[in-house]
Design a protein around this ligand. Structure first.
Ligand code: PLP
Length: 377
């Protein structure tokens, strides 16, 4: 099998798995219990949180551990209070659906999926309290200019202050896809809230974190035993958080090497494949190759490639399983035919160069076969 869908899921790395193992049996204690073995587990949990926080230049006390990025994104929107929200039109559904439920307005993107800053500027009225822009898109890998957006947010805050407008304004970013390839630092980015996802950095599924700057007030995601400073009650998922910490520090350590490696493999694919690239690679994650085979049906290509043991996708795994048209590809202005012919390849740690060459050969053969079939029809 050649797995080329690392944006959908990454396997748990050996490092993360070994780090987690003791916490399933020998160290199973509830961190809230009073006896010593439990207090030791509580301390190790806090150390793991500190490791996760350090990877983004933050402190353990700045993090709320959640059951994945979806929950972190939902929790982040509680920072908006009664105010209005803005979100990038290409956001993952876990941002888009929450924003839509609150009557949020979408910010437009250009042909490459990059934010139109002027559209954001135009839409930040005095009632807007939260702006949500992901660091990197999960379907096309577009990286957003977060520092530039943060500068605009600061400008708006100053302007509000000078006019006596009291509405707070926060910037949230979903960094689920970015952590393997970008050196993230919350202060440098200028974000107030940042979502992390263990499942995309070779950690376990169902665990994530929300970075919350100290000025931001949130409403609890769950109430109960008061864990996570009362913002997300429920017994701590100790093994997963330990695995998350091991995975994220490993990801951080290998950013440079991974970028070089994926950029090279991406070059090989582009040099060998016939489809054309949908977005300019200048501002995309190095592990994303999104190709358009105009006139072909990507769903059929995926099916035919799977028969040859090659796993790729059309876009977000959740949208693909529902057969829905990609809102991301529509937002960047693609025609229906281009959307139907779009294939997403996301490279990762399960791959090597030989696999990339083999995948390129197989994709070309499948594409040629499909073109022949359509011409003969
Ligand atoms: N945000 C982005 C950008 C994602 O790619 C994903 C997962 O695909 C999520 C959020 C949701 O993550 P989870 O399903 O782990 O909650």
């Amino acid at each position: 099998m050649i797995y080329l869908d690392h944006a959908a899921a990454t396997p748990v790395s050996k490092k993360a798995r070994l780090a987690m193992e003791p916490y399933f049996d020998a160290e199973f204690f509830n961190p809230s219990a009073a006896y010593l073995p439990a207090r030791k587990v509580a301390a190790e949990y806090e150390t793991a949180k500190a490791t996760i926080a350090r990877a983004i230049g933050a402190k353990a006390t700045d993090l709320v551990i959640t059951a994945g990025a979806t929950e972190a994104n939902n929790l982040a929107f509680s920072a908006a209070g009664e105010g209005e929200v803005l979100y990038l039109v290409t956001e993952h559904d876990s941002v888009r659906k929450v924003a839509e439920r609150r009557g949020g307005e979408a910010i437009a993107v250009d042909r490459n999926g990059r934010i139109l800053i002027e559209d954001l500027r135009k839409k930040i009225s005095d009632n807007v309290s939260l702006v949500s822009v992901s660091l990197a898109n999960n379907e096309i890998g577009t990286i957003q200019p977060l520092s530039e957006i943060a500068a605009l947010i600061r400008e708006v805050r100053f302007d509000r202050l000078s006019r006596g407008v009291r509405q707070t304004l926060y910037l949230h970013s979903d960094a689920s896809q970015a952590m393997n390839l970008l050196d993230i630092n919350v202060a440098r980015l200028g974000v107030d809230l940042l979502t992390l996802n263990a499942a995309k950095v070779y950690g376990p599924k169902g665990v994530g974190a929300l970075y919350v700057s100290h000025e931001v007030k949130l409403s609890p995601a769950t109430v109960g035993g008061g864990q996570e400073k009362g913002l997300r009650a429920g017994t701590e998922n100790v093994p997963s958080v330990i695995g998350f910490a091991a995975a994220i520090s490993n990801a951080k350590e290998h950013i440079g090497g991974n970028r070089k490696k994926y950029a090279k493999w991406r070059q090989i694919l582009l040099a060998n494949l016939q489809g054309y690239e949908l977005v300019n690679k200048k501002h995309t994650l190095d592990n994303f190759v999104v190709l358009c085979y105009n006139g072909l049906d990507a769903e059929r290509l995926i099916f035919l490639l799977e028969e040859r043991g090659i796993l790729v996708s059309t876009g977000a795994a959740c949208a693909a399983s529902k057969g829905a048209k990609s809102h991301v590809l529509s937002a960047i202005g693609l025609s229906d035919a281009e959307i139907s012919g779009s294939l997403r390849i996301t490279l990762g740690e399960t791959n090597d160069e030989e696999q990339i060459l083999e995948a390129a050969r197989a994709i070309n053969e499948v594409v040629e076969g499909e073109r022949r079939r359509i011409n003969e029809w």
